[in-house]
Design a protein around this ligand. Structure first.
Ligand code: NAG
Ligand code: NAG
Ligand code: NAG
Ligand code: NAG
Ligand code: NAG
Ligand code: NAG
Length: 496
């Protein structure tokens, strides 16, 4: 009797047994099941997905986690399934690695959910840093035997940057200015002045506003008294060059992020013409009737003028054909040498971009000429470059930055060939120049963090040194001086 009841109870229990859920905990090492031989193992998991979610912690200690979700294969092997193990590798300045094991609280009785559909689970954990590449791998436990191919699934996840709607509340991002809304407004006052207004941030009081039109045509450092609530700063920036379609780049220097704060952009409009404005409706009636006629007259006049200007221009051009064009100087050729331990992508690429965009330079990098170097030999290559370029820049940096791998821009030859470090060679080769004062103007030293001219490179201390971005204006001016000495003095793009 009691036996019958018991079996009835088990039967009922069996049918209404709670659905399996997961209980997860860290398991850095191999699973204990790894040590045991299994004759049968569950199939692999399906549809591994990752998305960032906010952790439900208080606003000020907000963190972003990975929500890892997966589905189970609907086949008989699900009965053997005990757990799913997820491991995440983060590629940041320090490579991170952590694993979590999620045990299924019950054995699976059915291949699909009683309510229909595959078994689906998710685990929110693994803190996410901005702008980081993660590799997420997952496999079911018990895993395949040691000498068999373990079925495992993996996905890559690149976390969004600090301006992302979820990331921006991270403490690190907030400190870099993610919540700051500068609301940049800028307008062209006249041919030589642009007015920039922006809302200051309580995070800092130093800003640099650059006006760029492919190249930098003007800039200004703004120091504001810190005010609470933040106020509007207004600055008139002198520009040299066409400011139509220019953009404003606002670079903040906040306490915690220094040179690496989030930069903002704005567009330059035309300033509303004061004084010339007239009340519109008083004139509209008279203007209205004449407008079509006036416009067509204007069109004809413009056409006639354009043809005239074109003919004049052609005439001028044929006359001056033999003269060199004086409007634009050729770019400055710059060889950038850097030690191999430097963070290539972050430091060298950014610096190259800065040279190309802001200082009208043509940059030569070892990384781009691997094939040529292999053909010519490094010494010959360096000697040739030294003669060909206007400037040699030694780029020093003790920067330790997350995004250290990767390459920038054009490739010549294979990107990650093992090659010798060209920096000491370049240093020794150019060293004789550094000792004799004459060709010294050819060399410059640039660094990003505090100066760290190592003892072995102490000869570099005779070269002019620039701390970027702090010394950006003087650096650029100095760079452009080379060409100015050669050619006639000209208005140039990088007149910082
Ligand atoms: C999951 O199961 C394994 C093996 O039974 C056990 O060692 C581990 O502590 C369990 N983990 C959690 C979070 O319950
Ligand atoms: C994680 O993703 C799953 C599936 O998309 C969803 O059901 C779950 O609510 C998410 N968890 C969190 C904490 O957002
Ligand atoms: C993830 O990225 C790594 C390297 O970045 C690559 O080797 C791997 O094939 C990628 N995996 C997937 C599933 O995309
Ligand atoms: C931005 O500034 C302009 C001009 O000061 C103002 O009209 C506008 O409301 C501001 N927008 C925001 C989002 O604060
Ligand atoms: C900047 O602010 C000044 C003074 O508040 C104002 O007169 C001017 O119109 C503003 N300019 C722009 C471009 O917003
Ligand atoms: C342009 O505007 C600035 C500031 O309003 C003024 O100082 C400068 O004289 C003006 N230049 C010309 C050519 O009108």
């Amino acid at each position: 009797m009691s036996l019958v009841l018991l079996s009835l109870a088990t039967l009922c229990w069996g049918t209404v047994s709670p659905e399996p859920t997961i209980r997860c905990g860290s398991e850095p090492g191999p699973s204990p099941e790894w040590m045991v031989q299994h004759t049968l193992t569950p199939g692999d998991l399906r549809d591994l997905r990752v998305e960032p979610v906010k952790s439900s912690v208080a606003m000020e200690d907000y963190s972003v986690l990975m929500n890892v979700s997966w589905r189970l294969r609907a086949d008989a092997s699900i009965r053997l399934l005990k757990a799913t193990k997820i491991c995440v590798t983060g590629k940041s300045n320090v490579q991170s690695y952590s694993c979590v094991r999620c045990n299924y609280t019950e054995a699976f009785q059915t291949q699909t959910r009683p309510s229909g559909g595959r078994w689906t689970f998710s685990y929110a954990g693994f803190p996410v840093e901005p702008d980081t590449v993660y590799l997420i791998g997952a496999h079911n436990v018990p895993n395949a035997n040691m000498n068999e191919d373990p079925p495992s699934t993996s996905v890559n996840f690149t976390s969004p940057g600090c301006l992302n709607h979820i990331m921006k509340y991270r403490k690190k991002c907030i400190e870099a200015g993610s919540l700051w809304d500068p609301n940049i407004t800028a307008c062209k006052k006249n041919e030589t002045a642009i007015e920039v207004n922006f809302t200051t941030s309580p995070l800092g009081n130093k800003y640099m506003a650059l006006i760029q039109n492919i190249i930098v045509i003007g800039f200004s450092v703004v120091l504001e008294l810190q005010q609470n609530p933040p106020s509007r700063a207004s600055v008139v920036i002198p520009v040299t060059g066409e400011s139509e379609d220019a953009v404003v780049q606002l670079i903040p220097y906040f306490r915690t992020c220094g040179n690496d704060c989030i930069r903002r952009k704005g567009t330059v409009a035309l300033c509303p013409q004061t004084g010339m404005s007239f009340p519109l409706d008083s004139r509209r009636s008279t203007l209205g009737g004449w407008l079509p006629l006036f416009l067509s007259a204007l069109l004809v006049a413009t056409w006639v003028l354009s043809v005239g200007v074109y003919l004049l221009w052609r005439h001028e051009r044929t006359r001056k054909a033999s003269l060199p064009t004086t409007t634009l100087l050729p770019p400055i050729k710059v060889l950038v040498v850097y030690p191999s331990e430097i963070c290539f992508h972050h430091t060298v690429c950014n610096f190259t971009e800065f040279l190309q965009n802001h200082c009208r330079s043509e940059v030569i990098l070892e990384e781009w000429q691997k094939k040529k170097i292999a053909e010519m030999g490094p010494v010959q290559w360096l000697t040739t470059q030294k003669q060909a370029v206007d400037k040699v820049i030694f780029l020093l940096s003790n920067d330790v930055n997350p995004r250290c791998d990767g390459t920038c821009g054009r490739h010549e030859g294979s990107p990650h060939e093992n090659s010798q470090d060209l920096f000491p060679l370049a240093f020794n080769l150019f060293c004789s120049d550094l000792r004799s004062q004459t060709p010294l103007h050819k060399y410059m030293v640039v660094y990003f963090r505090e100066a760290d001219t190592k003892d072995e490179y102490s000869a570099l201390s005779v070269c002019p040194k620039y701390h970027l971005m702090k010394d950006a204006p003087t650096f650029c001016t100095e760079l452009l001086r080379v060409k100015q000495q050669v050619s006639a003095r000209k208005k140039d793009g990088c007149s910082l």
